[in-house]
Design a protein around this ligand. Structure first.
Ligand code: GAL
Length: 440
């Protein structure tokens, strides 16, 4: 349905709201005043809603379901098309989405990271419509962190609503295995402490590091986290404005450290996905995984308990920083099911939706007004970190740099895993940053 149909859309929304009035949560009210009505809506009854994402792992799918359930409070009879393309980090999904968008076949809404990914790949190409009015009508302008909203804003118009904010620089571990070896992880971990523990674990015959990089990005993320830990948040931010070069001594030091960490990873890493690596960790076949806290979603899905079955610490050297990997949803231009998508976006941005989704997903709510008592130890720890630590953008998850650099980083990392050539790795990233246009 296109926007000319909004009058009738609003009537449809009104009937949906009537249908939903027995639901426990108050349904949102349609906000935008319609302009011209030209033809009858294509949808009948509850209509459809197509949501496109890469949330296919156990934890991801369960969390997505929680958002669907919130949408169903607003429209119980809509048919939800759950369009997922497997591949963590959107490694396969983003290409499929581009093909659909380029072919004029958009889903109603899709998962997106703020910053370059949203602005460069979707806003600049005119694939999404602003949802600025929803920020006012839903009160999101008062509860969403301004810094993140800024990364979704162009010329005063806002182009997405966030469901949650992942902390990318986590190091999760199997507590039983470490307990068995008499190893206790403290509040923070330096690179040297990691190496000391990893050597002990390796000597016991267990792989210290669990990696599942059949999508490559998981290894690029291990490097990204190590880079942040070695050079610190200020210099890390400097990489993206060109004030720090990828062949500086400290970046090369980070590459050396990353090369050392590779010696501790499981031999079958390239055959596994990120969530299979987490599974391996839970089985005690390896101990640590450096991953965004979507890994937490896998622990929850498997019934594991915070600080009992698994523990966490910031990736070595990154205590005091929060690597942001935020997930949002958009309004497609010419969304086939505009009115249902309005309800979907309202569900995504709602307090109820965020309180249901994030405990399962591992991210913290983007809203700052949630009830913290509804969240366990990990989430409260991450919320504290978000409030007080240096917030830095992830390049591996689309926010810090354009897509061509993201791809070049994946390629250079793939090569480095094999040749461990620091100079070549640095040179490749210098060239990629120049080509991408953000290096000085
Ligand atoms: C990230 C995304 C997360 C999680 C992860 C692994 O890009 O922001 O929500 O899904 O990929 O798939």
């Amino acid at each position: 349905m296109n926007r000319k149909l909004i009058v009738i859309s609003v009537l449809l929304v009104a009937s949906m709201l009537l249908a939903a009035c027995a639901a426990p949560t108050a349904a949102p009210v349609a906000t935008e005043a319609p302009s011209v009505a030209t033809e009858a809506p294509a949808a009948t009854g509850g209509g459809k809603l197509e949501v496109f994402s890469w949330w296919t792992s156990g934890g991801e799918a369960a969390a997505l379901e929680a958002l669907f359930n919130q949408f169903k409070v607003y429209n119980p009879t809509a048919e939800i098309i759950n369009a997922t393309i497997a591949g963590g980090g959107g490694s396969n999904a983003r290409a499929v989405l581009q093909t659909r968008l380029g072919g004029g076949d958009p889903p109603d809404t899709w998962q997106v990271h703020p910053g370059y990914e949203l602005m460069g790949q979707y806003v600049a190409s005119g694939y999404v419509d602003p949802i600025t009015d929803l920020y006012k009508s839903e009160g999101w302008d008062k509860v969403m962190p301004q810094g993140l909203v800024d990364q979704m804003t162009k010329d005063g118009e806002i182009y997405g609503v966030l469901a949650g904010v992942h902390r990318g620089n986590g190091l999760f571990y199997n507590k039983a295995v470490l307990d068995g070896l008499g190893i206790t992880v403290g509040e923070t971990m330096s690179v040297d402490q990691f190496v000391e523990i990893a050597d002990k674990v390796k000597a016991s015959g267990v792989d210290p590091l669990c990696v599942g990089d059949n999508g490559v990005w998981a290894s690029a993320q291990l490097f990204e986290n190590t880079l942040l830990g070695v050079i610190g948040p200020e210099k890390y931010k400097g990489l993206w404005d060109g004030s720090v070069s990828f062949d500086s001594a400290e970046v090369k030091q980070a590459m050396e450290t990353y090369g050392k960490m590779l010696d501790y990873q499981n031999a079958d890493h390239s055959a596994l996905s990120w969530d299979q690596a987490v599974q391996k960790l839970m089985e005690g076949k390896c101990v640590f995984t450096s991953m965004g806290d979507w890994a937490y979603g896998e622990f929850v899905k498997a019934g594991k308990k915070d600080n009992v079955d698994f523990g966490w610490v910031s990736h070595p050297g990154t205590a005091g920083s929060f690597m942001i990997v935020a997930d949002g949803f958009v309004m497609a231009k010419n969304a086939p099911d505009y009115d249902n998508n309005i309800l979907w976006l309202k569900a995504v941005g709602s307090k109820e939706g965020q309180e249901a989704f994030n405990p399962l997903k591992g991210s913290i709510p983007a809203r700052t007004d949630v009830d913290r008592a509804k969240f366990g130890p990990y989430h409260n720890w991450s919320m504290d970190s978000f409030a007080k630590d240096a917030l830095v953008p992830s390049v591996v998850h689309g926010s810090a740099a354009p897509a061509d650099f993201q791809q070049a980083l994946n390629d250079a990392t793939t090569t480095f895993i094999v040749d461990k050539n620091v100079d070549a790795y640095a040179a490749a990233l210098v060239a990629a940053a120049k080509a991408s246009g953000f290096a000085k």
